[in-house]
Design a protein around this ligand. Structure first.
Ligand SMILES: *Cc1c(COP(=O)(O)O)cnc(C)c1O
Length: 672
């Protein structure tokens, strides 16, 4: 049995293997920036994260320059930075990827995408995407009545598509029809057979308020349930078990109904959607082949279907590793486009039917990159830190056992070949046993509180030493995973996971997280992030790593009076709108940043949207200042009357209470 593998200096903080000279490039490696950051994010010579919103050939913006400017204007963290040009770049790259695939495969039609606004409905985001998409006739997708109301007026030309998914009622169908009568390319997608009746009603002009209908046929699309299911975190949205779409039998039935119907209908689009963040490009190809057969069948049935819409699902690399990691993807944008275009060409050629216009509803891949959440770490808690200050307790067998733990540890100079499994397992067992014994002894009154506290500190140090030793020999073996998790520092950050990173909480989706400055120094600590909510789930304790996950993130120590900022990246898709109000933390402030070489730091801030204040968030749950202040006033008066506080104090107290209605819902670190 080998000795306990404890490193010699137990009090040393957990350090990554010491580099002679730590460079920004080392930071890029440590946080896997080359992988998830694509050509957009990198660490510059100042040790700051910087972004190239227009790709690697174009100028960069230093995130710390932006953060400093916003703070000088009084904006408090957390806030969201939106790099609007990055939206432009993504729309362009998506469209160019399909163009290239079409050219290379000899496909005889075009790609015409739509942006599903549920991914990010913010007007400025949608307008930016539409502007970027103009040369490509890029359109929109909506999935609810409110989204339809928001998108319809944006159909500026007659080519761009508005695809409408989701369950529809008569009012919604009427509005869609109104768009068509205005000459727009509006396509309601039938999700269920019953929606055909609503469609026929508007086509025949029988729905009240729509009497003036001419014979112009009502265009529509149909969503088909394919057998090919997506894979990944959102796989359930596709496949035969999905909530939406018509089965093949229902499609046959629909085709018959329409053929015998005298309503002026125009079956224009075939739609399917496999789910979001599809992990496998092979699945994407198989689904396109399957859908291609359905399309060919419809053409042969005499329907003039012009578009095949592959839905969303084009993924984003959030991960440090490959597709085996939950949430990972195994393709590039170009490979995705080639798989889709190639599959449709193959089927259509085999079936001798014309090549349809290819539509995709890629949301995540367009929007994810453009926004970065900036949070400040406002405190660091180290396990056992206070216990380290405890003086040596009075003798006791348990104290001696803890001492023995330290004296039997192996000195690095005299190491036998490292035997990770044996020595670690042994050490873990001994540390755990001592902890249990100390707890029992304290509970039973056999050791005083001071002794128990001292032992606790020693055990934390022993745990850390074990980890440091393992790390020095490579990586953390599985038997030390629990210790790794337990030993990490807690960094308190001024944000809410529920508000700003809801998919992390709900689905275990991982976002790249790293400090945005001090990256020309090797981070000395490892930590997990805990948020402001009073909820044990309000934390990030799992991070991207090449071989799966790691339970702590490399971070720097906090310095007094120097803020420490972390960036959460690729936040542009879904998080803003799905975040919730847990503990009444409100919408965060945001700044819209544009690249501009004419400016000193290559950027200007076009717009700052303030975050929700306390008055606004309280109103959403029916508390209003007038009533609250009145109640508070009553409480104060009563105490003044009783003589507990003086009248002047009462006035001050009430004034202070009132002033907080204007405050940001997050922690104000700089408050006097
Ligand atoms: C959510 C959704 C999308 C967007 O998916 P992404 O993975 O973000 O590209 C597209 N189409 C439909 C029908 C959807 O429900």
């Amino acid at each position: 049995m080998s000795e306990l593998a404890l490193a010699s200096d137990a009090s040393e903080p957990l350090s990554t293997p010491a580099h002679a000279a730590w460079t920004p490039s080392d930071a890029m490696d440590l946080y896997h920036v080359r992988r998830w950051g694509m050509s957009y994010f990198f660490v510059n010579d100042h040790g700051h994260v910087a972004v190239r919103p227009e790709g690697s050939e174009r100028p960069a913006i230093d995130l710390m320059d932006v953060v400093n400017e916003l703070r000088s204007e009084g904006l408090q963290t957390p806030f969201l930075l939106r790099f609007q040009d990055l939206l432009h770049t993504r729309v362009k790259r998506l469209n160019e990827a399909f163009r290239r695939a079409i050219e290379e495969t000899g496909y005889r039609n075009v790609y015409q995408g739509v942006f599903p606004i549920k991914v990010n409905q913010l007007r400025e985001v949608v307008e930016e995407i539409l502007e970027a998409g103009q040369p490509y006739r890029y359109g929109l997708e909506c999935g609810s009545k409110a989204e339809l109301v928001a998108t319809l007026p944006y159909l500026e030309n007659e080519d761009m598509l508005l695809v409408c998914n989701g369950y529809k009622d008569a009012e919604m169908m009427r509005l869609l029809r109104a768009g068509q009568l205005l000459g727009k390319n509006v396509i309601p997608i039938l999700e269920r057979l019953e929606e055909l009746d609503l469609l026929r009603d508007v086509a025949n002009g029988r729905v009240a308020g729509d009497e003036a209908d001419g014979p112009r046929p009502a265009a529509f699309g149909v969503r088909v349930k394919l057998a090919t299911a997506g894979a990944g975190l959102w796989a359930e949205s596709g496949g035969e078990g999905s909530k939406f779409g018509l089965s093949l039998a229902e499609i046959v039935q629909l085709a018959q109904t329409i053929r015998h119907s005298r309503s002026p209908l125009d079956f224009r689009l075939l739609h399917y959607h496999l789910g979001s963040q599809l992990s496998s490009v092979e699945n994407v190809r198989l689904a396109a082949l399957e859908a291609g057969r359905v399309y060919a069948w419809l053409i042969k049935q005499g329907f003039d279907v012009r578009y095949v819409d592959i839905g969303g699902g084009l993924g984003v690399t959030y991960e440090a590793g490959n597709a085996d990691v939950r949430g990972g993807i195994d393709y590039t944008l170009g490979e995705f486009a080639t798989a889709v275009v190639g599959a449709f060409k193959e089927v259509c050629d085999a079936e001798a039917v014309p090549h349809p216009v290819i539509v995709s509803e890629s949301g995540r891949a367009v929007a994810a990159y453009h926004s970065v959440l900036i949070v400040e770490a406002i405190g660091r808690h180290e396990k056992g830190e206070a216990a380290r200050q405890m003086p040596r307790p009075v003798p006791h067998p348990l104290v001696e056992a803890v001492d023995a733990l330290a004296t039997t540890r192996r000195k690095p100079s005299e190491t036998a070949p490292y035997d990770a499994v044996d020595s670690n397992t042994d050490a873990v067992a001994r540390i755990n046993a001592l902890r249990t014994d100390a707890t029992d002894a304290f509970r039973d009154g056999h050791i005083p509180l001071e002794t128990r506290a001292w032992i606790e500190g020693q055990l934390w140090d022993a745990q850390r030493a074990l980890l440091a030793d393992a790390r020095a020999h490579g990586s953390i073996p599985p038997e030390l995973a629990t210790f790794e998790r337990q030993s990490a520092d807690q960094y308190l950050c001024d944000f809410s996971v529920f508000r700003s990173m809801v998919d992390h909480w709900a689905l275990g989706q991982h976002f790249p997280i790293m400090p945005i400055h001090r990256l020309n120094q090797c981070p000395e600590r490892r930590g997990v992030l805990v948020d402001l909510t009073c909820d044990s789930d309000g934390k990030v304790a799992s991070f991207i790593a090449p071989d799966g996950r790691k339970h702590a993130l490399e971070l720097h120590t906090l310095r007094p009076n120097q803020p420490y900022f972390l960036g959460v990246f690729l936040m542009g898709a879904y998080q803003d709108i799905m975040g919730d109000m847990h503990n009444l933390f409100g919408r965060v402030a945001e700044a819209h940043v544009y690249l501009d070489e004419a400016e000193d730091d290559n950027f200007y801030v076009e717009q700052i949207l303030p975050g929700q204040n306390i008055e606004e968030i309280l109103a959403s749950v029916q508390y209003f200042p007038y009533d609250l202040v009145r109640r508070m006033d009553k409480l104060v008066r009563r105490e003044v009357k009783r003589g507990r506080i003086r009248a002047k104090e009462g006035v001050q107290l009430l004034g202070m209470y009132r002033s907080v209605f204007n405050a940001y819902t997050y922690v104000d670190v700089d408050a006097p």
